[in-house]
Design a binder for this molecule. Sequence first.
Ligand SMILES: Cc1ncc(COP(=O)(O)O)c(C=O)c1O
Length: 429
Amino acid sequence: MALSFRDFSAEKACAEHLDSIDPLSRFRDRFELPRDASGNPVTYLVGNSLGPMPKAARALVMQELDAWGGMASEARFRGARPWYRYHEMFREPLARLVGAQPDEIVAMNGLTVNLHLLLASFWRPQGQRSRILMESGAFPSDTYAIESHVRVRSHDPATEVVKVSPQTGEACFTTSDFVDAIEREGDRLALVLVGGVNYFSGQVLDMAAITAAAHKVGALCGFDLAHAVGNVPMQLHDWNCDFAAWCSYKYLNAGSGSVAGCFVHSRHANDLQRPRLCGWWGSDPQERLRMLDAFVPALGADGWQVTNPPILSSAPLKASLDLFDEATLPMLRQKSKALTGYLEFMLRNAAPKGCSVITPVGSNERGCQLSIRIGGDARAASHALHDLGFWCDFREPDVVRASPTPFFNTFSEVHSFAHALASIVRTGS
Ligand SMILES: Cc1ncc(COP(=O)(O)O)c(C=O)c1O
């Protein structure tokens, strides 16, 4: 469904028609969609924050509880999905989502923990090459992780952390904002670490160009892909990114705190000399139980594991990744562009003065999310939307983020949301 503004009209019938020709409409029923406190269905536009539960997750978690109950320690090595190698089943489907080779992927820990582990390996300050470049207004956990990591290693964030800002008055970055800053830092720069999709604006950065610019000055480059994975297609291997990390509870719909993911480019993943923080689970699975004193990392991204995988928070990820393999990312992306394009069209038609979309207009520069700057009281508008059954979220000082998601949202929902927002902003209630 490659659609453009020419295919849209503001009539409800248009939304209904688009729903009727949606090749992915059957997937909505594969999720348990939330209800409000009175049990009424809601329009769920916060899949960018916490994806809803794939129905298959319940059975997959139960299977592991049954494995625990029925086999306890032996569940590590027998049963349908032995725990010893449980995480390995995520390699290939995650590799398909981020454009990687399977051995460049590992599912482990949580996102911020993984950022610390990757910083330990890929921020290797040497002489004057010591700085880390990030974006201003990054998700706070990234700022905390980077600055605290720098402090723990006895450096000063005030001199070592460089923040790139958009041009004055702009909500979004240009690629040159990054490339120019990287060139300015030159051989003082050790690492670039930015969000591939900005959590606030929904902007997709040009990860290939930023990586190339970092490499040109001799720095490494990694990405926080919390808002990118399962949302936009990527080619991390071909783009030559050094590493990346993401969580699995947003567009990956694997549940709050579910096991996160990492990419380590094969040129590093197979470099056994690269320093890392170690634990027994990062050693070769054939050797691990020999309990050797000397740590020999497993080849591939698996060598960054520290601890044995959380099975109960990993099981829902299988439910989710099975759905991605069934629907396929290109099909999801095609519908996503149409759905978010339709939201933009409806907002232009229906939204009163004072509302503006800060997310880029080009469909390749954004994913599902539109960030809508609200004239007037944005927090009150967000609460009013919630009371009407439209769940989106509010970000200080004046932005409502709405993310129609191709797995489960409909064009009719987008239509109703745009009218509800327009009416709330117009009446100020
Ligand atoms: C861009 C980004 N980075 C980091 C985090 C922190 O994630 P976690 O709590 O899973 O470590 C989030 C959480 O929403 C996020 O959106």
